[in-house]
Structures are given as structure tokens and as C-alpha cells.
Design a protein around this ligand. Structure first.
Ligand SMILES: [Zn+2]
Length: 245
């Protein structure tokens, strides 16, 4: 079933982030006026179904929030897509983020997930259009309890890849099928992908979405994330310029 959703919040398509910047410049009394144009069509398929859709203002800007259910090789999966701007008439800036309860919610310094999530939301809200897909793939797909077990092994000296493999998991347990299907369902054929991970670029392209540009999503390494980022760089092939080789 194809559905047209075109919620018009303003006539100039100005991004919420730039609107907020100008609101700050003109002083605290200015009540920000919402001026974001959304333009997309959701085409459901046998692999992906839209469960819900709603308006979604955030600290970074205005989005639409869409819930998707998908069928993949691992069974049924759920993911959320935050859509910003006119993704039909401009190449959207896209970030695929895997859920990290410890980082996203608790602000863990064992990883850079929350910083990357916030950076991505800020960049997407400031771009002409974009999509953030949030997958429920805790710990690169191994699940929350296994991730905590992996932390305990890391406390004894293993790195994140060794710990996952010791517990019987692949270093990275994600396939990215559902995010790619969601992009296809949203009618997105080309993206500017926010990622440091060449495998994500390959997975999105394998699903039929062209990556016209890879945009780095790199945070400054900190004391606690130094080793974690180095492992991502050396063992998972992530392209990180700010982490010492
Ligand atoms: Zn994390």
C-alpha cells in the first residue's frame, strides 16, 4: 500500500537547526516558528511494514517519527526512522544507528555511541533533508546481557572483538537489511551516508541504495574510548582520522 505523507510546516523549507540558530541570535523572547517541509511516500513491501507515524520535535530540530517492522533472516525486527526535510527532492543525509542502552541512555564512556547519535541528529537537522534509522541491535546485535558479559571480559583485558568472539558471536552481528529496506520503503534511492564503517556503505549499496558520498561521523577520542576506537579501527576497518594509528 502506498501512502502519501506531506506535512507542510512552512513555506521555505528552512531547516529547524538554522531556525533555532536565528532564534538564538534574535534573543530569548523569539518563539521559534516551525518551517520544515516533509515530502515522502511510504511504500510497504513483503519485507517491511510501517507500524506508526507521528510528528516529532526534538532538541536538534523537527522530525517525523516512523516505526517500522521488518522481516529479515534473523526473524522479525523493529526500527525507528526519524525523517527530516524533503527527502524526495534532495539526497538525504542518512545515519544508521544501532541501539546502545548503556551509551545512548546512561552516557557510558566505554563507547562513542551517544556522541555519534547526537552528532548525527544535529547534522541531519541542519541538512536540507535526512533520515536517522535507529535499529534495535544492542551491542552490534549480540543483545544487552551478552554485551554486559563482554564488558566483564574486557575488564579482564580482552578487546571488544575478542570478547564477542569468546562469547560465540561474530565481531559485528549486524546485517543492515532492515535499514536498507526502510530507505527503499521511503523512496530513497541515493544517500549521503554518515558513517566511518565501510561495511555499512557496502550493505546499503547491496540493498539497492546508492551511496553518493560517505560523510564521516567521528567524535574526539577520550580517555575511556581510546582503546575501543583503536579496536574499531584496527579490527573492524573503521576509517578514523582522529584516533592514533
Ligand atoms: Zn555504545
Amino acid at each position: 500500500m502506498a501512502m502519501v505523507k506531506s506535512a507542510v510546516f512552512g513555506e521555505h523549507g528552512e531547516s529547524a537547526a538554522s531556525r533555532e540558530r536565528s532564534a538564538r541570535q534574535s534573543g530569548p523572547a523569539a518563539e521559534p516558528e516551525v518551517k520544515v517541509t516533509y515530502n515522502y511516500v511510504v511504500r510497504e513491501s513483503s519485507q517491511v511494514r510501517k507500524a506508526a507515524e507521528a510528528d516529532f520535535p526534538t532538541r536538534w530540530g523537527h522530525f517525523r517519527i516512523l516505526g517500522f517492522e521488518g522481516k529479515t533472516a534473523d526473524g522479525t525486527e523493529e526500527a525507528v526512522a526519524l525523517v527530516h526535510g524533503d527527502i524526495k527532492n534532495s539526497t538525504p543525509l542518512v545515519r544508521v544507528h544501532s541501539q546502545c542502552l548503556t551509551g545512548d541512555v546512561f552516557g557510558s564512556l566505554r563507547c562513542d555511541c551517544r556522541q555519534q547519535l547526537e552528532m548525527a541528529l544535529e547534522m541531519i537537522a541542519g541538512a536540507r533533508s535526512g533520515v536517522l534509522i535507529y535499529e534495535q541491535k544492542e551491542g552490534r546485535g549480540i543483545g544487552l546481557m551478552a554485551k554486559l558479559k563482554a564488558y566483564a571480559l574486557q575488564d579482564q583485558g580482552m578487546d571488544t572483538v575478542q570478547a564477542n568472539e569468546y562469547l560465540g558471536f561474530k565481531a559485528d552481528h549486524r546485517g543492515f537489511e532492515l535499514p536498507a529496506q526502510i530507505l527503499v520503503a521511503l523512496g530513497v534511492k541515493q544517500v549521503r551516508l554518515l558513517s566511518n564503517n565501510p561495511e555499512k556503505v557496502a550493505a546499503v549499496e547491496a540493498a539497492g541504495v546508492q551511496v553518493v558520498e560517505r560523510v564521516p561521523c567521528e567524535v574526539e577520542p577520550q580517555e575511556h574510548t581510546q582503546k575501543y576506537l583503536k579496536t574499531k579501527q584496527e579490527k573492524l576497518g573503521h576509517l578514523l582520522n582522529k584516533t592514533a594509528k
